[in-house]
Structure formats: C-alpha cells, structure tokens
Design a protein. Structure first.
Length: 384
C-alpha cells in the first residue's frame, strides 16, 4: 500500500544517514542530503527556461528550487501551509535584492516576510509546477506524505484556470525515493509527474496517465467535510462551482450514505452483532502485533474474509479504548482492531465491505487527540 512505501522510505532515509533537518522525516516530505544539488538541475530543464510563473511547494527540500526561480527572475508562487489562509503567496523580493536576500526569500520564513496573497481571483497562469514527494516511480506515479494537499492544490489550480493539461510537473527527490510503484494503488485524484530530479539523475517520465481535472467532490479520498472546515478557500471554490451548476455533493453528504447512517443509528443495538465474524477463535502468531478485539467478538485468526482499513497518524496519547469509543460513535464498529501504537497506526478488520468503506469516509481527516487521522482501505486483505 501507499503507507507501506512511505514507511519504508522514511525509515531508510533515517537509518542510512540521508535525512536532513527537519527531523524526524517521518510524516513529512523528507529533506535529504543532496537536495540543493538536485534542485540545481531545475535550471537545466527547457520547461523551466520557458516558464515565466512557477509554483513550488513550501517543503524544505525544495528550497533550492524556490531560489532558482527567484534568481532567474521568474514569478514564484508558494502554496500557503495547509491552505489555511488562502491558496498561494507570491514572493516579491525587495528592489535590488542581493543574493543573500533572495536566499532568505526562498526559506519558509522568507515566504512569510516577502509575499503577497493570491486568491481564486488572482489570475495566476502557472507554467511549471514543482512538488515534493515521499516516493515516485520512473513512470511518473507519485506518493506524497498522505494528507493530499499537493493533489488538492493542483485540482484547485485546474478549477481556477491556472494550469492547463500540458503544464509540466516536476518533483525533486533523493535517488532512494525513486521506486517501482504499482499503478493500481493510485487514485484518480493523485497527481503524476513529468520530470524527476535527483542528486545524480534527471528522469523524463513521459507519463500518459491523465492528471486530475479539477476537484472530485464526491470522493472521500479527495475531499471531506472535515477538510472543508479547515480550508476556507476550498469552501469558496465549492460554492462557486455549485453556482455554476456542478454537482459538488461530498461522499459523506450523499443521500444514500446519509440514509445508511440513519439506519445504523436506529439499529444501534443490533449493529455490532451483525458484523461479528464467524471465525474460529485463536491467538495471534508469535511475533505479530497484538490483536485487540471487542469482548463480544472472537479473535480474527483463521478468518480469510476480512476487509481491512488502515488508520494512521494516531497521536501518542491515544489509547485503543478511545479509538474504539470513536468507532462506536460513528457506527462503524470493527470485528477487531490490530493496534500498533509504536507505529502510530491501527488496522481495523470488517466482515462487510460497506461498513469498511464508511469507516474510511468517516475517519479520513477526523481529529483525535489533536491529530487529523489518515484512513484508507488496506490493499492486501485477509489474514496477512
């Protein structure tokens, strides 16, 4: 799954001494040794030379790319962190800025000190997009840190006419982050890349997979009510698209889902019994993480029909009983919980595909203990 790949990349960067400040790199677009060298290759690309307006993400390993855009006197747009206060900041160095000031402008603090906001009406025309990645394949498949902001930013740029179908996308990573990635784990809203820059290579992917054509409002993995509450500009865009006649119904607002939820609430006492697995009891194998189950449910060992939901970004302070309580409140009680506190994650096991899908929809972005949870269907089902 995507999370398997993320975890392996983060662990390898730390273990091999390639990780740079800010540390730990887990949960981030990782900064790595050689990032400045990789960023310098940006100036050698024809698509960079021709670009007048460049959008570069605010991640630390892309600092050299932001500096390259400023030194080439291009218009530099940097997304606001988590899109909380708007869409972009346009970096405006002071007149006669020295190299040292340009370097400062390229830092996260410089983005705050030398910028003006650009909203949905900013008439941006982006000629080149530079994004960070946790992992990427030579075919152009990209995996971010799991929060979906790069995908969301691109989709919003499509909606506001700031990018076209042929606007090139570049990512900058360490060589060890270039991996084989199965296309089937990608979602429709995932952004692909056209160029990969590493400290030693420049890869043109010739990727033919279409990039997102705007925001997929109906997909829980793309946008949720929780995300709307956190990103005011997303709410504004949704209102505009609704006025233009577009269906902007979210998955967690869909009438069919709402009816299912109401039915679940009215049948609250029966629901846990309905999803009990008909499996033989047994103990977890030696060396496997401990499997927590509700007392009324048998262990899951020996059952091969489970649908598994991955839940990540669990806060250190969270206890398994608190997660179970939240699941009961949401009416998505699992047959069992595989609790892995040290990895800040849990695996929820369901007998029912519909309940598993609802669990993903309800849990994605849900705030527990101050953390926004990450949820997705695990790709490998069954006991393994």
């Amino acid at each position: 799954s995507k999370w398997d790949i993320r975890e392996k990349v983060w662990e390898y960067l730390e273990a091999s001494g390639l990780a740079e400040f800010p540390r730990p790199v887990r949960g981030r677009i990782p900064n790595f040794k050689g990032s400045l060298q990789a960023c310098c290759s940006l100036g050698e690309l024809d698509v960079f030379s021709r670009a007048r307006e460049v959008k570069v993400d605010p991640d630390k390993p892309l600092e050299g790319a932001r500096l390259a855009a400023l030194q080439a006197r291009k218009t530099l747009l940097v997304p606001t962190p988590r899109l909380r206060t708007g869409l972009f900041n346009r970096i405006v160095p002071p007149p006669g800025a020295t190299k040292e000031i340009l370097r400062r402008c390229a830092t996260s603090q410089g983005v705050k000190d030398y910028s003006v906001p650009v909203g949905l009406d900013g008439k941006a025309q982006v000629d080149l997009v530079v994004v960070g990645s946790v992992a990427v394949s030579e075919k152009g498949w990209r995996i971010g840190k799991g929060e979906g902001y790069a995908d969301m930013e691109y989709a919003m740029m499509v909606s506001m006419g700031a990018v076209q179908e042929d606007t090139p996308v570049v990512t900058i990573v360490h060589d060890c982050q270039v991996l084989d990635i199965a296309e089937e784990i990608l979602d429709d809203h995932d952004l692909t890349v056209d160029y990969i820059l590493t400290p030693t290579r420049t890869i043109q992917t010739n990727c033919k997979r279409p990039k997102p054509q705007g925001i997929m409002w109906h997909k829980a993995s793309s946008v949720s009510s929780e995300m709307l509450g956190k990103i005011p500009i997303l709410k504004t865009l949704r209102s505009r698209e609704k006025q233009a006649g577009k269906d902007v119904t979210l998955q967690d607002e869909h009438p069919a889902l709402a009816n299912t939820k109401r039915a679940a609430i009215s049948d609250k006492k029966v629901m846990p019994a309905n999803i009990q697995p008909q499996c033989a009891p047994g103990s977890a194998p030696v060396g496997q993480p401990h499997l927590e189950s509700d007392p009324v449910n048998p262990k899951l060992e020996g059952c091969d029909t489970m649908i598994t939901v991955y839940v990540g970004n669990l806060p250190d302070s969270l206890r398994v009983r608190e997660l179970k309580s939240a699941l009961r409140e949401l009416q998505v009680v699992p047959a069992g919980v595989n609790w892995q506190a040290a990895q800040h994650r849990a695996f929820l096991h369901y007998r029912d595909q519909g309940t598993a899908d609802r669990a993903v929809s309800f849990l994605q972005g849900l705030s527990l203990g101050g953390n926004a949870l990450r949820a997705e269907l695990a790709k490998s089902q069954g006991n393994k």
